[in-house]
Design a protein around this ligand. Sequence first.
Ligand SMILES: [Zn+2]
Length: 297
Amino acid sequence: MTNFTKSMFESIKETLENQKSGGGFKNILKTEVGNSYIVRLIPNIKNPGDTFYHYYHHGWNSVATTQYVNAICPTTWGDRCPICEERLKLYRIGTDEAKDKASLLKRKESWLVNVYVVKDPKVATNNNQIRILRYGKQIDKIIQDAISGEDASAFGASIFDLSENGCNFRVKVEKNEGDYPTYVSSKFLPKEPIEGMTPQKAEQICSNIYVLDKLFETQDYEELKELLADHYEVKAPKAEAPKAEAPKAEAPKAKVEEPKTEAPKVETPKAEAPKTINEVNEIDEADEKLKDLLAGL
Ligand SMILES: [Zn+2]
């Protein structure tokens, strides 16, 4: 075996192993405030429509264990989500307390894309490797603009081109006034070659990308209901909350399946729920925009 084919084999093997275990997760590029990362987006040549993975998710600190729990929201693929539904119930109660509680269950929106890392200023082992860039709305807007918006004539297909005719993407992580990381200054750069890139290498890279929609384990409706019961709807009075360290098993498995006393009106016809859940999501998005706006002042 020549070196080339050997390394090709190794990287194919690694990719397969990662994908088998959902371990691709660890290949999500970590970006830290105060740094800029240079990457080149990698297209999914076999299935161009899968170049990006757009998904929704929930995450909060468990009321039972205080550890962060998270889950992919089934609305990602158009199914009902008990977490969104719980949030809707709380919104309908309408009190500040209920809304506060609901905010923990907020639905977040993210995207994934395979990238070739040209320069990671913090982790050198990421350089010249395929990693996954996970991002939110700010970067999505920049990418959308480059694909079909006002920057399309300057960039367009070149953002997916690994050759010297392609453009790098610079992910710039700054901190806004509200102390949150902000990515608004990220941008595509003028066309330039990637050091050491050859057409063969580009081909090899394109055939070793991560399968983005297999990255996360997903849970069905019942499993997510259980997650809520275990980590959110813990009925214990607040004073008891710091019982935190208690192992999961102890978390009152009291499956609070039925709405607590506060929410008798919950019985919305199922068919109607998703529509109103969208409305709640819009409220959340408006909140988010307001927060961004305030942070930017
Ligand atoms: Zn959801």
